[in-house]
Structure formats: C-alpha cells, structure tokens
Ligand binder design. Structure first.
Ligand SMILES: Cc1cc2nc3c(=O)[nH]c(=O)nc-3n(C[C@H](O)[C@H](O)[C@H](O)COP(=O)(O)OP(=O)(O)OC[C@H]3O[C@@H](n4cnc5c(N)ncnc54)[C@H](O)[C@@H]3O)c2cc1C
Length: 428
C-alpha cells in the first residue's frame, strides 16, 4: 500500500491542468493514467489541431441539467484566463473567427507543454495503470481518505480527484469508469448519452446521397413539429444518415429524446439562404427556359437541379418527390415543382438512432453539478473528493467548449485542492 497526498485518476485534459495547479500550490500529486501516455484524446482534438477554447462564450454553449452552474464556473475561468494560462506554459493562441487553436495548429504542442510543466513540478505519473476501484477509508485523526486500487498497486489518498472523462471515444481511454467510482462513493449519475455525433435516419434512400456535402441548416423536431434544436453549416450526407458539425450540435437533444422513447425528426433545409417561394420560382424559370429553347426532350428533371444542389442529393430530392431523375422536365407540372421545392427546403426524415459512444466526440450526462461545489469542484457528498472534466454532467457545443470545460473545472479543482489548509502527512 502506497500513500498519496493528492491522487488524480485520469491524465486527460482536466487531470493534467488540475495536477499542475495542485502541484504549483506545493502538493505532492500522483496521476494514474490507464493509457500508455497522457492526453491521448487531446491529441485528436480539432482534427489534430486542438481547438482549445472559443472567444464566444454563452450559457447556451454548455448543456446538462444545470447549465447556469456550469457557466458560473466558466465565468470564473473564462476563455481569456485559459489563453493566458496556456501562454504562460508556451502556447501562443491563433484565432479562426471565434475558434482558438495553438499557433502551431498542432495538438501535440499543447500536450507537450502540459507534460513539460508536470515534469517541472515533479508530478508523479504512472501510465498504463488502470484504477479498478475507489472506496472511502477513514484516516486516524478523523480525516476522510480514500483507498484507490489499480491493476498494479493500492494507494491511500488523502485527496482524490476523479478526471476519468465520460464514455465517448473509448479508444482514447474514457470508458465510463468514473461513473462507477462516483456511484461507489455515494454520488448519482445522470445517464450518459453520446453527444456531438452523427444520426441514423429511417428509410433506405441514404445510399443514394452518400458522399455529397452541402451548406444547409438542420432542425430537430418533436412529434408535434416543435423545434427542439437547430444549427447551420456544412452537412455531410452518409449512407446511414447524416453527419457534419450542425448535426453534431443537435445530436445530444436527439439522443435525449430517443432515450425517453420519443419520436424525433430531422428537417433539412438544403438552400437556407433562399426562401421557399424563390426556390419554386427558380425551378419554374429553369423549366420555362428549357421549353423556350425547345430542349425539354433532352432536359431531364436531374438537369433542372444541376448547379443548385450536389448531384446525388438532387437525385434523392427528386425521388423523395416521386419524380424520376430521368423524367423529361415536360412531366413536371406546377404541383410537382412545388413538391420538389418543398423537399429542398423542408426534407423531413425520422431519426432512427444516434451514433454510439465509439463515434461520439463527447458524453452527455455524468455526475450532477448540484452534488458539487461549483467554486471548488469538491464533492458535497464526501469531503476531500473532487471531480473535473467530462465525468461531470456538462457537455459543450462543438467549437472548443468541451476542452474549455475541462480546463475550467480542472484548474478550479486543482486550485481548491492546493489551497485547502492541509499539513503534509508523510505517514499517510
Ligand atoms: C475526436 C474528438 C475530437 C475532439 N475535438 C475537440 C475540440 O477540438 N475541442 C474541444 O473543446 N473538445 C474536443 N473534443 C472533446 C474533448 O476532447 C473532451 O471533452 C476532453 O478531452 C475531456 O477531458 P477530460 O479530461 O474530462 O477527459 P479525457 O480527455 O477523456 O481524459 C480522461 C482520462 O482518464 C483516463 N482514464 C479513464 N478511466 C481510467 C481508469 N480507470 N484508470 C486510469 N485512467 C483512466 C483516460 O485514459 C483518459 O486519459 C474532442 C473529442 C474527440 C473524441
């Protein structure tokens, strides 16, 4: 049995900054990390470029049962404090309207800077060590302590910080262990769900559109047609459904509705810049031109949409409007043109499922914030227990908000652990 003054479970984004802050305050910190090296997930963020925060910060960028509490913490350690924090360890920021990256545009430079700082502060790091259980262990002089058992050793920790992430992208290490640890220590867990992920749609028409991309807007609708969430940007059409950042942004709401056995629909507007009437007018104009040029014979329904929308998507729209792409434009009466315009603007398809945790970038759900002191990230259930990062019930929008949550909660937890009046007890 070994002793630890501060034991951090999980050496991801939150665990690393928390360990740095606690060590800066003079604490002896031990980090146990399951993977071969620290920050595996950090390396793949932002497509390897690490979108580590965002200049635009709003309450709505943070989701969960208590977004107000999450945002209270974000206001304490904001994006500007984060940028300064990273500047201090050598990371120069570069902004791409709102989205902030390291000037190197390499996630590896962020990870190396954190690892260098941990080394300078003599934080002890054990990689390839999997924590298997945590339990409460009373200390002689009435102190709350913890027994932490890994696949290699067991530890008596005076302060325990759980930073194991959620369940998203388990290949990078986070597979939900933290939820089990939280429950074992008396916490509840808001059921975890995949977020920032793609959607499976009902029907078998998607093979036809797979491979196309378009600039569009998506709305998530409930069974009564009420809009639950919406977003806009580059949409990717895939053989099982729909993907792309706007789809990621609404996916957590779809996951939630489906988990409650509710029916939800995706509505795609593939020409959001153009009002529905104008789309119809443009289709009519094209048809009239074909007639004027006496080229209806050679002018197909698919030709009618060429230059307006990507080819495979156009064919899908036509088929969904009960029009064969090969039909002559002559066969397209006003009613059919209205039908095509309608589907260009409001293609509505039922959502079958959200992609699972393997594909999700983040995990919704986790330890609820009402069980945490939002100033210190200390547990309200057990003294000397702390949580930070995605293990908590906060999931951010795409755009640097999830890492911002990891930095904010990690820094505040690390500082609180460092600032508490504790005498060093080497026998512990
Ligand atoms: C592909 C992808 C791209 C992303 N891009 C961005 C982006 O550009 N911007 C952004 O803001 N967010 C992004 N995210 C989300 C962001 O990476 C996470 O929200 C963030 O890393 C969460 O930090 P964390 O420290 O809480 O958890 P993690 O980074 O998941 O770290 C948890 C650590 O705990 C370890 N661990 C788990 N269980 C145990 C155990 N039992 N014992 C020991 N160790 C354990 C894991 O191995 C892991 O290293 C992306 C995510 C993915 C998957």
């Amino acid at each position: 049995m070994r002793s630890a003054e501060v034991l951090v479970v999980g050496g991801g984004a939150a665990g690393m900054v928390a360990a740095i802050e606690a060590a800066r305050a003079g604490k002896r910190v031990l980090v146990l990390e399951k993977k071969k090296s620290l920050g595996k997930k950090l390396l793949v963020t932002g497509n390897g470029r690490c979108n580590y925060t965002n200049r635009i910060q709003k309450n709505a960028c943070y989701r969960g049962e208590d977004p107000d509490a999450a945002f209270q913490a974000i206001e304490e350690i904001s994006h500007s404090t984060t940028v300064e924090w990273f500047l201090e360890i050598g990371i120069l920021p570069a902004e791409r309207p709102g989205y902030i990256y390291p000037a190197s545009f390499q996630a590896s430079s962020v990870l190396h800077a954190l690892e260098r700082e941990l080394k300078l502060l003599k934080v002890e790091i054990h990689t390839e060590e999997i924590v298997q259980s945590v339990s409460e262990r009373q200390h002689g002089n009435d102190e709350q302590g913890f027994l932490v058992e890994s696949d290699r050793d067991s530890y008596l920790a005076k302060k325990l910080l759980i930073c194991t992430g959620g369940k998203a992208a388990p290949v990078h290490g986070s597979s939900g262990d933290g939820f089990l640890f939280a429950k074992a220590l008396g916490h509840s867990v808001v059921p975890p769900l995949p977020a920032l992920t793609s959607l499976f749609l009902e029907g078998n028409f998607m093979k036809g559109w797979a491979g196309n991309r378009l600039q569009g807007s998506v709305r998530l609708l409930d069974a009564k047609g009420m809009c639950i969430a919406q977003d806009r940007g580059e949409i990717q059409l895939v053989d099982y459904g729909i993907s792309g950042i706007p789809v990621f942004q609404i996916s957590r709401f779809a996951a939630k509705a489906l988990s409650e056995k509710k029916t939800v629909f995706l509505e795609l507007d593939s020409m959001p810049e153009i009002p529905a009437d104008d789309v119809f007018t443009e289709l009519s104009r094209r048809k009239e031109r074909a007639e004027r040029m006496k080229s209806e014979e050679n002018y197909s329904a698919a030709d009618l949409l060429e230059g307006m929308l990507p080819d495979k998507f156009s064919r899908t729209i036509l088929k969904q409007s009960a029009v064969s792409p090969k039909d002559s434009v002559r066969a397209l009466d006003e009613k059919k043109l209205h039908g095509i315009a309608e589907r260009i603007k409001y293609l509505k398809v039922q959502i079958k499922a959200v992609s699972g945790f393997e594909k999700a970038q983040v995990c919704a759900g986790g330890v609820p914030l009402n069980e945490i002191d939002i100033k210190t990230f200390g547990s309200k259930v057990k003294r000397n227990l702390f949580f930070a990062g995605e293990v908590l019930d906060v999931d951010g929008c795409c755009g640097g908000y999830n890492l911002q949550w990891a930095w904010t909660s990690g820094i505040l937890a690390g500082r609180a652990i460092g600032s508490r009046e504790e005498s060093r007890d080497d026998t512990y």
